[in-house]
Design a binder for this molecule. Sequence first.
Ligand code: PGA
Length: 237
Amino acid sequence: MKIIIDNEENIARRAAQRYVELLREKPDAILGGATGSTPLGLYAELARLCKAGEISFARARSFNLDEYVGLDGSHDQSYRYFMNENLFKHIDIDLANTRVPDGINTAIAAEYDREIEAAGGIDLQLLGIGVDGHIGFNEPGTPWDSVTHVVELTENTREVNSRFFASLDEVPTHAVTMGIKTVMNARSIILMAIGKSKAEIVRAFIQGPVTTEVPASILQLHPAVEVYLDPEAAALL
Ligand code: PGA
């Protein structure tokens, strides 16, 4: 696991360079997308680089980590909407080549893994981390061999995410998420964490035991993970 500690602006810039390198080498790379506050700086930098002609997503494809159950892509809190607004609209990717798990027809969740495999597998998966150690919506206790599946969100995760909704009641109770195995199948992974609220869990997943109680701790066993941290998130390492 490679750990990069720098200020928020620089980690966004440095992570973006990984995309520049990957897409130069493999213009039709398969990217794994993430939502949340953490990737916003990276996405803004990718948009800037794309406008400047330094990177092109024209032949790339993407698969996002997760989606709320019950929200379709037109809902402004759906992760499809988030990706369109915060990244896809601002880069040259073909929207037809972007996938987000289906939050309405959840019966087809496991199909997602087959689609990823048929596309050739994910070259670079982006991850944030929840304060409870979740990656995607894989909450503590999720089995290591899980593939894309429906999960019931914990009260803690719903509360943390309620900041984007009018009230806690409006936060969906379930989500569909890539499983731990889906994530671990990616050829390389970037995890980003920013701010002091993440310091404790950052220490736990990097330096603590590999345990399903800290889903991100499985990344210790992946051969190609880079962790980008600001000094606050790295404070307890
Ligand atoms: P955040 O979410 O980037 O908004 O902190 C991360 C996560 O819950 O995975």
